[in-house]
Design a protein around this ligand. Structure first.
Ligand code: AHG
Ligand code: MN
Ligand code: MN
Length: 346
């Protein structure tokens, strides 16, 4: 059969050409400068994902890649070498981009400014470079979480306080899941879409568009080791799912993997506050707000337990909040225990 007779089904070729940067322009239905900027930013995030995935795939065979640095970060947590590497990757991919002037990372106390991009670059990237660090040395899934916001005003004090806005101010949000395949899931506010890295192309190729969560799912995902520290409503909810058929516990210790499971299969993830730490563990601006944005876009719900998490306005960069996130019916079941408790108290 000569070359001209080889018929490549339109769908497979077109599918292989539906890269992330093309999809952004399709989503925005525009070739404006802003659309091109966002497309370029997402391409850079994809490059960060490829660099981190490559490092993770060889980590066990290389010196100095795994394990702890011996330092603690602003969170008071021990830092893994992969946390530092991944944090540097995100900084490097945005240099000379002209797009992103500021980076706010779980691993950096203050916002990081890329001088050549400021003040022209009006975008800010907030990110958790490696989420689920406890998994990284044992070859279990980890992720990166990202959120893109528009700079408001001139930020003359260099504290990026204009970032302290609610989750609906996010322009885009998403995560990269380093699992059996490397997957990027994102939303620009027009639905949730997933891409899978095709190593033979070195491109993230569209896998699923407009992901929708079921209104209910069997999974509840939480660290029950904290049960003894929880307020009563969360204990009552846990007793309920223990006593009723149709629930199953899944918890990996890595937020991105746990949320991806719930996004795809339904259910609820919860990380409540405790008596010692009422605000909980998870950070709003680069963990739960981006993931909550995705979940709401997919038809789910995200709550702090007392309000819509996406309405919550932080007062400092690394602010934490309790989080209940997932299928509407399951989030509302957890909330019902909180409301019942409040009624009994009043
Ligand atoms: P990170 O590795 O970025 O610090 O995030 C870890 C977070 C999150 O991924 C996970 O859901 C949670 O910590 C697990 O906390 P516990 O070990 O307390 O359950
Ligand atoms: Mn994290
Ligand atoms: Mn992290």
């Amino acid at each position: 059969m000569n070359q001209s007779e080889i018929i490549i089904p339109e769908s497979s070729l077109d599918r292989d050409c539906t890269t992330l940067s093309r999809h952004v322009l399709q989503q925005l239905q525009s070739f404006s400068a802003e659309a091109q900027d966002l497309s370029a930013i997402m391409s850079r995030i994809a490059l960060a994902g490829k660099l981190i995935a490559r490092r993770l795939s060889h980590a066990g065979l290389m010196e100095g890649v795994l394990g702890f640095t011996g330092e603690s970060n602003i969170q008071g947590e021990s830092v893994k070498k992969m946390d530092v590497y991944a944090n540097e990757v995100f900084i490097s991919v945005f240099k000379q981009s002209g797009l992103v002037c500021r980076l706010a990372s779980e691993e950096m106390e203050k916002p990081y400014y890329i001088p050549e991009n400021c003040p022209i670059g009006r975008y800010t990237l907030l990110y958790d470079p490696i989420d689920g660090s406890s998994n990284v040395d044992i070859n279990l899934n980890v992720g990166s979480i990202f959120s893109i916001r528009q700079q408001q005003g001139d930020d003359l004090e260099g504290e990026a306080t204009d970032l302290f806005q609610n989750g609906y101010q996010q322009i885009a949000a998403g995560y990269i899941l380093y699992g059996p395949s490397t997957m990027l899931v994102y939303s620009l506010g027009h639905g949730v879409h997933s891409f899978i890295l095709d190593p033979s192309l070195g491109e993230f190729i569209l896998a699923q568009e407009n992901i929708k969560m079921p209104p209910h799912g069997p999974i509840y995902s939480t660290n029950e080791g904290n049960f003894w520290q929880w307020e009563e409503p969360f204990r009552d909810y846990t007793r309920y799912v223990h006593r009723h058929e149709g629930y199953t516990a899944r918890y990996s210790g890595a937020l991105v993997g746990d949320i991806h499971r719930i996004l795809m299969q339904g259910g609820v993830f919860l990380y409540p506050g405790t008596k010692k730490k009422p605000e909980g563990k998870l950070r709003l601006l680069y963990e739960t707000a981006p993931l909550g944005f995705l979940v709401e876009q997919a038809g789910g719900k995200v709550s702090t337990g007392s309000e819509n998490l996406l309405e919550f306005i932080p007062s400092y960069l690394h602010q934490r909040t309790p989080v209940i996130l997932g299928s509407i019916e399951d989030v509302e079941l957890v909330e019902s225990f909180i409301q019942d408790h409040l009624k009994r108290e009043n």
